[in-house]
Design a protein around this ligand. Structure first.
Ligand code: NAP
Ligand code: ZN
Ligand code: ZN
Length: 346
């Protein structure tokens, strides 16, 4: 199938119009017309090779919301016209203990990413969601609730699930004291979900101008981390801290904000190691953990939760021609709170 989209032809190159082929439908495949594709900071890290050597030409995009246009002969999960979402992976081994547990993102053979990788045949480049159409095995796609707008849903497929999963894993509930570091695409979803779960949410942001938005999203407290000494009074305050910051930072001052036995979950991936002061860990038996997106079952659970609680991402819908500018604005923390490309403009 002929597809059209945006690609980076080499590292740090601007995004350019790109025509390519998607595979014809296999018996278990679903084709979709993409409606909206979110811009995740991970797209930017990869186009710029901030995580190491990447595969070009690269069609980024792993926050995909659209409508099923045709289905393979053995497809049972979707029918033509269904609202469908695709996230950060398109396949996995299906047989390892992680896959069997529904944790495909931690597949022992490695998940197959939506782009910047070869598909499981070892030779086809996987092209992502900055595109007009997509083809996916039905097992790796999810249903989108009828009551949610597709533009606000697209970012849920990465930003949403990436924050929902650790909030569930660390049993956030009524009264849990949660801090979210960074109010960007991921962070703002964390605030909305944690608030909906009943937590008392604090946003730790270096952008003072985001305060009113943070409170409107459900945060109770907002701390401007660019003010020196702003974290001092917060020592031993939080049960859980979610670090979504895309840039390198001093993580130790945040470890000190954890209560006894509490956990700081690293989610942002700036591509440069953090230096950890072991003293901050010992004092309070604190933990640092990581978390990466979520599996298919949990993605569906997250979307159903969003349908129930009327939660979507705050988006700025853009044309494809604005994508490079959107990258610059995202890097400058000037995104309210996710750029989403209207796929009719590819
Ligand atoms: P984003 O929209 O750009 O948000 C990042 C936020 O970090 C910014 O809005 C800003 O928030 C803060 N920030 C940026 N530069 C900063 C600096 N120099 N100092 C302090 N704070 C700064 O990015 P995103 O799409 O949410 O992604 C965030 C990170 O998560 C990226 O590294 C991405 O690759 C990673 N990620 C991880 C997973 C996973 O599975 N673990 C999944 C998706 C993405 P304030 O303005 O509020 O300070
Ligand atoms: Zn992402
Ligand atoms: Zn596996």
């Amino acid at each position: 199938m002929k597809a059209r989209g945006l690609a980076a032809l080499s590292a740090r190159a601007p995004l350019t119009t790109f025509e390519f082929e998607r595979r014809d439908l296999g018996p278990h495949d679903v084709a979709l017309d993409i409606s909206y594709a979110g811009i995740c900071h991970s797209d930017i890290h990869q186009v710029r090779e901030e995580w190491g050597a990447a595969l070009f030409p690269m069609v980024p995009g792993h926050e995909i919301a659209g409508i099923v246009s045709s289905v393979g002969s053995h497809v049972s999960k979707f029918k033509v016209g269904d609202r469908i979402g695709v996230g950060v992976f398109i396949d996995s081994c299906r047989t390892c203990s992680s896959c069997i547990a529904g944790l495909e993102q931690y597949c022992l053979e490695e998940m197959t990413g939506t782009y910047n990788t070869l598909e499981r045949d070892g030779k086809t480049i996987a092209f992502g969601g900055y595109s007009n159409i997509f083809v996916i095995n039905e097992d790796y796609a999810v249903h989108i609730p009828e009551n949610l707008p597709l533009d606000g849903v697209a970012p849920l497929l990465c930003a949403g699930i990436t924050l929902y999963s650790p909030l569930r894993k660390w049993n956030v509930t009524k009264g849990t004291k949660v801090a979210v570091m960074g109010l960007g695409g991921l962070g703002h979803m964390g605030v909305k979900f944690a608030a909906a779960m009943g937590a008392e949410v604090t946003v730790l942001s270096h952008s003072a101008s985001k305060k009113s938005d943070a409170l409107a999203m459900g945060a109770t407290h907002f701390v401007d981390t660019s003010v020196s000494g702003s974290l001092k009074n917060l020592s031993k305050s939080f049960d859980l801290i979610l670090n979504t910051v895309s840039a390198h930072l001093d993580i130790n001052q945040y470890l000190n904000l954890l209560k006894l036995d509490a956990t700081l979950v690293v989610i942002g991936l700036p591509g440069k190691p953090y230096e950890v002061n072991v003293g901050s860990l010992l004092n309070g038996r604190r933990r640092i953990a990581g978390s990466m997106i979520g599996g298919i079952v949990e993605m569906q659970e997250m979307l159903d939760f969003c349908g129930l609680h009327q939660i979507v991402s705050d988006v700025e819908v853009i044309d494809a021609s604005y994508a490079d500018k959107a990258y610059e604005r995202t890097i400058a923390s000037d995104v309210k709170y996710r750029f989403v490309i209207d796929a009719t403009t590819f």
